[in-house]
Write a protein that binds this ligand. Structure first.
Ligand code: UDP
Length: 237
């Protein structure tokens, strides 16, 4: 097998990746599978930061449609990401690798607060660092968080896990004519309004020359496969 060319990466998992067949919330067996994949990837000697979304529990926009102020809905969304990180942290430790959740919103009774130095220190010790509570600010997404943390923590790429094996011109599950891209620039992703990440995330990645590797999390060992340059993925950037 080829040797990985990365030293440090940020993996972005959506909240949906934790739902399994349930379609909502957290399915423990799915969390265990993700944790095993992450531990295998970390065993390659690559430092892993993981940004987890919260859409399986709350999304700010959806909460605000029910009349709750958007910043409150977004705070609920950020708290949802903390729950997802905690369950994943426990599963990673059970799978045999040390892990630490660092939250952008201070909650000292629950986990440590994110700061760059602390994250770097934990990564350097070979711990999987779970980056919780997004950016800590409303009106942002965890995709933007992943790019932000990748730039801050000097990672070489963002690995964006999805349900499909790359970026398509349209949803391939709905449109049989959807074209799959092997490689495209950040600018093209923005101009074509590709839905794989929000435009703030793409713009930040473009400014910081941060590659985004879009791949399917469905296969066991998918993260390790991407790190070894195997398997199907689209490289943006
Ligand atoms: N969120 C936020 N600020 C951030 C990151 C996330 O307010 O920096 C909130 C926002 O409401 C978002 C929710 O947390 O809808 C969950 O994050 P996201 O939608 O990115 O999760 P995913 O779709 O990846 O599961």
């Amino acid at each position: 097998m080829s040797e990985p060319s990365y030293r440090r990466v940020i993996v972005k998992l959506s909240g949906e990746a934790l739902t399994g067949s349930q379609g909502f919330g957290i399915e423990q067996a799915t969390v265990e599978k993700l944790a095993n994949d992450l531990v295998k990837a970390a065993s390659l000697g690559i430092e892993l930061g993981v940004v987890v979304g919260g859409g399986n529990i709350f999304r700010g926009v959806e909460v605000s449609e029910r009349g709750v102020p958007r910043p409150v809905g977004d705070t609920m969304g950020m708290l949802a990401t903390v729950m997802n990180c905690l369950v994943l942290e426990a599963a990673i430790e059970r799978a045999g690798c040390e892990a630490r959740t660092l939250s952008a919103l201070a909650m000292p009774a629950v986990c440590e607060t994110y700061n760059r130095k602390r994250a770097m220190k934990n990564l350097g010790k070979g711990r999987v660092v779970l980056l919780a509570a997004g950016t800590g600010n409303p009106f942002f997404t965890t995709d933007t968080t992943a790019v932000l943390r990748a730039a801050e923590l000097e990672a070489q790429a963002v690995l964006k896990a999805t349900n499909v094996d790359g970026v398509y011109s349209a949803d391939p599950r709905k449109d049989p004519k959807a074209k799959r891209y092997e490689r495209l620039s950040h600018q093209e992703a923005i101009e074509k309004h590709l839905k794989v990440m929000d435009s703030t995330a793409f713009a930040l990645a473009r400014e910081n020359h941060m590659p985004i590797i879009v791949f399917s999390i469905a296969e066991q060992g998918a993260i390790e496969g991407v790190l070894r340059g195997k398997g199907r993925a689209t490289i943006v950037g």
